[in-house]
Structure formats: structure tokens, C-alpha cells
Ligand binder design. Sequence first.
Ligand code: AMP
Ligand code: MG
Length: 351
Amino acid sequence: MKTIVIKIEDNQEISNREKIHTAGKLIQDGGLVAFPTETVYGLGADALNPDAARKIYQAKGRPSDNPLIIHIASMESLEKIASFVPPMARKMAERFWPGPLTMIFRKKDIVPMETTGGLDTVAVRMPGHPVALELIQAAGGYIAAPSANTSGRPSPTLAEHVAEDMQGRIPMILDGGAVGIGIESTIVDFSEQTPMVLRPGYITLEMMRQVIGELKMDPGLIEENSDVHPRAPGMKYRHYAPRAELVLVNGAQEKVQEKINELVRNAALSGKTAGVIATDESCGYYECGIVKSIGTRRDEDTIARHLYRILREFDQQDVDMIYSESFSSLGIGQAVMNRLRKAAGQRVIEV
Ligand code: AMP
Ligand code: MG
């Protein structure tokens, strides 16, 4: 299959609309289209068409028990797929939609089991990216879309990343340039009494508590509980991972830097090339290895935005090892650390 990449251009509203409509038609006909959202690039199919949903699993090599998020463009669409939307979830939608928040509800029959990985609940998000919103409307209102990477690899934050993984596997990529946020949406389950966070993301616990008060954190997400399975099926797999072995070093800044220098020297002695994930503040401290700044600690949004791109760049440079500094466990840092731990397959050195 030949993959066409279609570029969305700044200030070209009319021709962009035509392009997005062609893509929407392709989805209505049961095909797959990768498209930009504000979090990461998604791989979209008609969420209400079981055959189309199945194609997503094939293209990604995704385990069939890992459900897809349905992307909508209006609140009316939510009523058609969720059998009960609690008032608290409506408040969350008012505050955070369109935006990087996914909510889980009991599903209606119209949503096929192929989309929900066999579950009787459905994950729903209204994305904030204008291309995504227009595409959803052009495709009939419901796009099932996981991140547009091969299963297990870092999520795509550029159309070029999508092409790396999906070239020849899907008919179309809409190229909307670099995404703004860079890590996946926050997921909150509203299908039970007390809302529960199943995946940390850009919308933090503190932001949500201000809107609805108490929320629980999935016990399966807390690192010490390695024998408790996370409730979002996707969170149990090694994920977001580069090909090189990633090791996270955690502790006081100076000690972390010393330790990483030692690890990089040792790697070199055993003939291995090593990459270092540093920050604008620490870049200069490292003596050898391929050192990349992921962003600045003064604004951890920048760290989230560059994480996946840096992991993919190290893959292209064919490093054997990647050593990464750790980030704060508050705010967006919590989501960054969750992804880094998963990418590291829990290889964390405490100093
Ligand atoms: P992705 O879109 O690739 O970032 O993955 C979507 C995430 O949402 C995965 O971790 C899924 O397991 C999770 N998810 C989707 N639907 C549900 C659901 N109904 N219940 C729990 N988790 C879900
Ligand atoms: Mg994903």
C-alpha cells in the first residue's frame, strides 16, 4: 500500500478543508488516516465500524485487548455512545474539553467490542486540535484513534515519526506539523462510583480536584505496587520504548549527574555508545556520550513536548544505551515520569 502524506498549510483554509474532507471520506469508507492532535498523532478509523477498528490493531501490531479512545467533536455525540454520563463528568467536559482529557463511561450497544477491546466501557475524548475536530466531523462524528506508532514504540509527535512506523501500512497521513503537548491524554474512569485516574497526562490531579473534588489514583500506577495490574489495559505493556536500553537515574541533581557520567564512561569501556537525556540546565556537566537537552526544568511542559522526539532521535543514531535524568513527580512531571519508567521497563537506579 502506498502512503500519501498530505500537508496542512498555514493560512490555506479552503484547500485545507478540501484535504481534510478527502481524509474524512476515506475514514467513512473504512480506511485509516493518521492525523495531528494536540497530544500526539493519532491513527484514526470509523469507531462504529468493527472492520475499520480491526485495521488499527493490524497496522500497529496492537494487542487486541487494548481498547481504543473514541474522538468526538460535540457533546451530542457523547450521548450516542455513553449510556450514563455522571454530572461530575459533565463538569470535567465543560472545563477541559476540547482538550487532553479522556473519560471512560459505560458504553451503548452502538459501540462495537472491536473498538473497546471487548470491554463494556468506552473511552471518549474531544481533542483541541482544529484539524482533528474538522476531521472528526468530516468522518461522521466518531474516530477511534490510538497513538499512530507501532505498538510499544514512542508515540509520534511529528508526521515524520508516523511515516517511520506506518509507511506502507496505511493510505494517508495528514501532516499538521509538530504537536503542542507531546504526551498522551489524562485518562479518568467515570464508570464506577468514585472517579479514578488511569493514566496521568497534561491535565493534572490538582487541576481536576479543583473541578470535582476527590479523585482516586489507580493503585496499579503506583510504582511500589508492581504486582497490582493497572486498570487501563494499555498501561500494563512495556510502552513508549526506544530500541536502545533506557535507564532512569533518580535522586539529587548532582548525584544523578555524577552517576550518569560514570555509567557513560563504563558503557564506552565496554564498546557501547550511550546517549544522555539532560536538560538545558545540566547539558554542560556531561563529559562524554551523545548529550541531548530535553527542555528546561523551569518549564516542564517543554520536557513533555520533546520526550518522544528525543527517544526516536537516539534510535536513529543507533545508541546502545540511554541514560536519563529524572523529573519532578508533580504536575506534568508526573506524566513524564510515568512514560519514562514505562520506556525504561522499570530500570531505575536510585542514587
Ligand atoms: P493510546 O490511545 O494508544 O494512547 O491508548 C489508549 C489508552 O486508553 C490505553 O492505555 C487503553 O488501555 C486505555 N483505554 C481505552 N479504553 C479504555 C477503557 N474502556 N477502559 C480502560 N482503559 C481504556
Ligand atoms: Mg499509545
